[in-house]
Design a protein around this ligand. Sequence first.
Ligand code: NAD
Ligand code: WQD
Length: 342
Amino acid sequence: MSKYVLVTGGTGYIGSHTTVELLESGYEVVIVDNLSNSERFVLKGIQKITGRKVPFHKVDCRDLARLRRIFRQYKFDAVIHFAASKAVGESVEKPLLYYRNNLDSLMNILTLMREFQVPNLVFSSSCTVYGQAEKLPVSEQTPRREATSPYGNTKHICEDIIRDSVAAYPEIRSIALRYFNPIGAHPSAEIGELPRGVPNNLIPFVTQTAAGIRPMLSVFGDDYNTPDGSCIRDYINVVDLAKAHVVAVDRMTGGKMKQRFEFFNVGTGRGVSTLEVVKTFEQVNHLKLNYKIVGRRAGDIEAVWADPTYANEELGWKAEKTLEETLRSAWAWQQHLDRQAK
Ligand code: NAD
Ligand code: WQD
C-alpha cells in the first residue's frame, strides 16, 4: 500500500520538485499551500511531468481548524513542511509576519501530528543557521551562529521547537534538512522557481537579465577574501535537493533513524563564486550577460559551502547534477516562462 505524505508549501519552488520526486518514487502526495508565494498552475506542471493529479487544498498552515480537517481526511505517514516565508530583506521589514507565519505554521503541524499519530516530519532548514562559519566547509558539527535576520532566526527557532518537541513527545521524530543554495529547474522545464517582483536571489536575477526583463545584473562585491573577490556559495540543483527529501522520508518510514531528531547538510560540497556562476551561465547557454560589479550587499556572508559527507554516507544521498546542466535548466525554465507570457 502506498504511503501518504502531506507536503505543505507544495506548490512552491522546492515543494513542487519534491512532489514530483515523491510521486515518481511511489508515494501518494497531498499538497497544502495558501498560494501566498506560488501559483495554482504549478499543479498542471506537476501533472504534465508525472501524469498524476495531486490533491490540493488551499489552506493556510496558521489556520489550525482548517488544517485539522485535512489531517482528518487523510491518514498521513509523514509530513514535509516547506510552507514558510523566505525573503531575508522582507523579514527585516516585517519581522512579526515572519515569526507568526513560520513559527505558528510549524507548531500547528506538530500539534496535529501528535493529535492524529503522524510520526514523521521532514523540516526545511537552511545553511543560514551557520552564518559565516569560522571553518569551511561546514559540517553538521559546525556550531550554529546567531541569526542575522528574522527569517534566519525563524529557522533557528523552528529547529529548537522541533528538538524540544521530539524530546518531550515520544510519538514524533524529525529530520531537518539544511539546504544550501537551491537553484535550477526540473529538466522538463515544466516547473521551476517563480519569483514575484524583483528577484532577491542570484539565479532568477541572472535568467531575467538574460531574458531582457532586467537591464543589468549587479554582482555584489569583488573585494571579498576569495580567489576572484566575489562571494562563494554551494549551489545545489533543486532536483537533487528534492531527492534528499524522498530519502529522508524513506529513512523515517523505514525505521532507519539513529536518533529521533537528525539534521543533515544538503549541498554539493563545492564552493562556487558569483563570478563563476555568471561565466558558466554565459558559456553553457551561449549568451552574454549584462552585468556590473557594485558594492557589497549588506548582510552577505563571504563564503559558505557544505561538507555533505554525513548526508552522503548516512542517507546514501549525493548531489549528482553538474553546475553546467543546472544552469542550462534554469535558462530553459526562464524561456518556458517567457513563452507562456507571450
Ligand atoms: P517558496 O516560497 O517557493 O515555497 C513556499 C511555499 O509555501 C509557497 O508556495 C507559499 O505559498 C507557501 N506558504 C507560505 N506560507 C504558508 C502558509 N502559512 N500556509 C500555507 N502555505 C504557505 O519557497 P521555497 O524556495 O520552495 O522554500 C521552501 C522552504 O525551504 C521554505 O521553508 C524555505 O524557508 C526553505 N529554504 C529555502 C531556500 C531557498 O533558497 N529557496 C533555502 C533554504 C531553505
Ligand atoms: C547568492 C550570491 C550574493 C543577487 C539566501 C538566503 C539564505 C538562503 C538562500 C533560505 C551572494 C550574490 C545575488 C544579485 C549578486 N535562503 N548576488 N547579485 O544570499 O546566499 O542566501 O538564499 O534559507 O538564507 O540569505 O543567496 O541567491 O541571494 O545570493 O551578486 O543580484 O549571489 O551576493 O553572494 P544567499 P542569493
